[in-house]
Write a protein that binds this ligand. Sequence first.
Ligand SMILES: Cc1cc2nc3c(=O)[nH]c(=O)nc-3n(C[C@H](O)[C@H](O)[C@H](O)COP(=O)(O)OP(=O)(O)OC[C@H]3O[C@@H](n4cnc5c(N)ncnc54)[C@H](O)[C@@H]3O)c2cc1C
Length: 481
Amino acid sequence: ARQCFHALKLVKRDSLSSTHIARCASTATVPRITTHYTIHPRDKDKRWEGVNMERFAEEADVVIVGAGPAGLSAAIRLKQLAAEHSKEIRVCLVEKASQIGAHTLSGACLEPRSLQELFPDWKERGAPLNTPVTEDKFGILTKKYRIPVPILPGLPMVNHGNYIVRLGHFVSWLGEQAEALGVEVYPGYAAAEVLFHEDGSVKGIATNDVGIQKDGAPKATFERGLELHAKVTIFAEGCHGHLAKQLYKKYNLREKCQPQSYGIGLKELWTIDEKKWKPGRVEHTVGWPLDRHTYGGSFLYHLNEGEPLVALGFVVGLDYQNPYLNPFREFQRWKHHPSVQPTLEGGTRIAYGARALNEGGFQSIPKLAFPGGLLIGCSPGLMNVPKIKGTHTAMKSGMLASEAIFSQLINENLQSKTIGLDVQEYEENLKKSWVWKELYAVRNIRPSCHSVLGVYGGMIYTGIFYWLLRGKEPWTLKHPG
Ligand SMILES: Cc1cc2nc3c(=O)[nH]c(=O)nc-3n(C[C@H](O)[C@H](O)[C@H](O)COP(=O)(O)OP(=O)(O)OC[C@H]3O[C@@H](n4cnc5c(N)ncnc54)[C@H](O)[C@@H]3O)c2cc1C
């Protein structure tokens, strides 16, 4: 028996060491997830020896990262204020997409409140809001049936007064307005690095280097990025921006909030049979193919853009419990539901994509202002989660940020403690605005979906506490986990 035991130990040791070798060998062949120099410093990499790393620097008053609804509204508001006060300010905006709006992916049903505040004459200016909502439908899906749910006035799902838009077109239009006002818009430039002053405040950003091989080595065409320095840098990267993540750490911005949670939104654009096309119709569903413990649902919007177009999509909370669930497959299954399939039959999918969404809501909003910088829009997660709407809140946050920045820029008696301006008024003003009230009122809806009743528990909670009390219940639910 002793000999057997000894033999077994030897076998185990041999097999362990061979597994270890196999593991080492496999990690050696796995490519690096990123070769970015902020993760793999170039000064320790021989391939970069002797490469000229000098960068040109430009000075602006305000630099904005990201030309989404938030960044563009901020840029526009700054220039509007400068014009009203006859001041010259330099506003530079960098966008990683090759064209403004090219990386935008949304639903989108737009609440025009912020647009109305930004451009009261948006209709005369030709804003591409071509489809007012005329019909609002909500349903619970079972495998075979659709149970209609009445949309009572005051519920988050009410869409009357809103517009169905192609958000990419709307963003592109905002870009034109910004340029007309004198904003320097730089599409095709990603902000790759946050720059800091010696006192720790944000100095600006550096745009991405170009001419780098996949493995991180410089090509013969290598060119260094550009530094953009500013008194204040606005970060408007949208959900899960990589610069915002660095800032959270550097300034401990998430110290007092709950962790952010995320969802994935899959979206397609179809041209359909004209007979099935109902411009202005908005449809949402919950239920099948998701079980009640998986947060998510669908949208189907009939656009009026000169051809029979529908925008459809499926959002799934990424805290789903079934590790085998595949959000994309669930979306495909949903399209085959008897209440959905007839609309798409005979149609053609002309575009598709996916984008992350913030789902933490009010509880997960970090600190928004820090020396030299501000976070706006979906970057810090200012989205109304049950409505799946964040464009109007993103725009308003950008406008409020600019108003606070502008009052510091023109304050001749301003004595800043840091080289980069610390615009705390932005956060204070946001807390006094309708954005804060709106996000506070819906704060408990998403976490209420974690009871035994799942999503249906959330619907009951919404009926009682949101519809009747407008979110005034004196408690705030936590996100689980
Ligand atoms: C599937 C889906 C459906 C939605 N439906 C609706 C809806 O019906 N109604 C509604 O109001 N909202 C909806 N939303 C949410 C809405 O799209 C967002 O709230 C809104 O786009 C947020 O605007 P933003 O400017 O903060 O961010 P974004 O729109 O994400 O814009 C950020 C911009 O920054 C750029 N960027 C990011 N990082 C960098 C960098 N380092 N350097 C340079 N540029 C950078 C990006 O390319 C992008 O253009 C939906 C979202 C999804 C995903």
